[in-house]
Design a binder for this molecule. Structure first.
Ligand code: FDA
Length: 305
């Protein structure tokens, strides 16, 4: 078991889960990574970021929908965000998950709900919607749906996870079809035949894919906190005379706030992923498991109980 999987397993124990979910948003460690439980909380954080010159990507945290009713509830929630964003800030965008829209219930349900969002976004000035990438069990279905919907809705994009062995080829398909791409390293525990287990291989893939995206991609989104990747992106853009206005850096709420602000000062576009919602625990534990030092804070919190 990798250390990330082990940490995620500890976080799922009823004792630990109970400790964090009981205190919820009053715990500053949770509040660092999650904007809050309501849309108002997320808009408030987005406004604070906007005041610092940082854009937002709003994400509604939720579990996979297990029924059409649950998928419908998630769709309504997303529609609420689209409506709020169209009056709040035109350059903020919405990040969504197809499993929340019903992908595990029936593909047709997820597609129908996705089109409701895309139509609403289109009627409100073409607000951009990014379909987050989930575990490798969903990669084919998410890519197929995004590619097909993009033919009618140019305001949809998705995510490439550099750690997947298949990603060079998937990126090529998305770029050739002019689908906007957010490039990330990948957040799920995947077996080695599917994802590179070594950081150095993930980083090489990330660099390679960043080059393709910067050269040929529509709306390239370089989503990482890794200073080496950020440096490589700036360097490549300079060498190829690609202006900072053609791409954006993205980071997660609460991670490397110093770097977010220094990039803005240097004249780069920066967007921060702002998650909110009542089902925040799985997202929170993924962020902790990404970095052993975070888990140290986490255990100290439990010990201080
Ligand atoms: P890496 O993990 O190598 O970290 C580099 C450095 O960043 C660390 O040394 C540390 O300084 C800092 N850092 C990283 N994570 C940290 C943390 N949790 N706490 C504190 N410091 C941390 N994934 C996915 O599978 N599907 C998706 O749709 C998305 N969407 C997405 C959107 C946006 C805007 C971002 C920034 C990221 C995602 N991700 C994602 C998550 C992504 O796959 C990845 O897990 C994280 O970004 C961490 O990887 P880094 O690129 O930062 O590198």
């Amino acid at each position: 078991m990798s250390s990330r999987s082990a940490l995620l397993a500890i976080a799922e124990s009823p004792l630990i889960r109970g400790f964090f979910t009981k205190r919820g948003m009053s715990n500053p460690l949770v509040r660092r990574f999650v904007a809050g439980e309501t849309l108002q909380d997320a808009l408030l954080v987005a406004k604070e970021l906007q005041d610092k010159g940082i854009l937002a990507a709003i994400d509604v945290l939720g579990e996979n929908a297990a029924s059409s009713q649950e998928a419908d509830r998630a769709t309504e929630m997303y529609l609420g965000v689209i409506k709020a964003l169209s009056t709040f800030h035109h350059d903020a965008y919405l990040s969504i998950k197809l499993t929340a829209l019903g992908l595990d219930v029936q593909e047709a349900v997820a597609i129908m709900n996705l089109r409701r969002l895309l139509d609403e976004a289109k009627s409100r000035g073409g607000l951009f919607i990014c379909v987050d990438m989930e575990s490798s069990a969903y990669t084919d279905r998410i890519l197929d749906i995004v590619l097909s919907e993009h033919e009618s809705y140019p305001n949809i994009g998705t995510v490439i996870q550099a750690y997947l062995r298949r990603s060079d080829s998937d990126l090529r398909t998305l770029v050739d079809n002019e689908v906007p791409v957010r490039l990330v390293k990948g957040a799920y525990a995947e077996p080695p035949h599917i994802a590179y287990p070594k950081k150095k291989d993930v980083d090489s893939a990330y660099r390679r894919q960043m080059w393709v995206l910067l050269n040929e991609g529509v709306r390239p989104q370089i989503a990482t906190h890794d200073e080496a990747m950020i440096h490589a992106t700036k360097l490549y853009a300079r060498q190829k005379n690609i202006p900072p206005s053609r791409f954006e850096f993205q980071m997660l709420l609460g991670i490397r706030r110093d770097l977010q602000e220094s990039l803005v000062k240097e004249g780069y576009k920066v967007r921060v992923y702002v998650p909110f919602g009542q089902s925040w625990y799985p997202y929170f534990t993924r962020r902790l498991a990404e970095r052993p030092a975070n888990f140290g804070f986490f255990l100290k919190n439990v010990a201080r109980r």
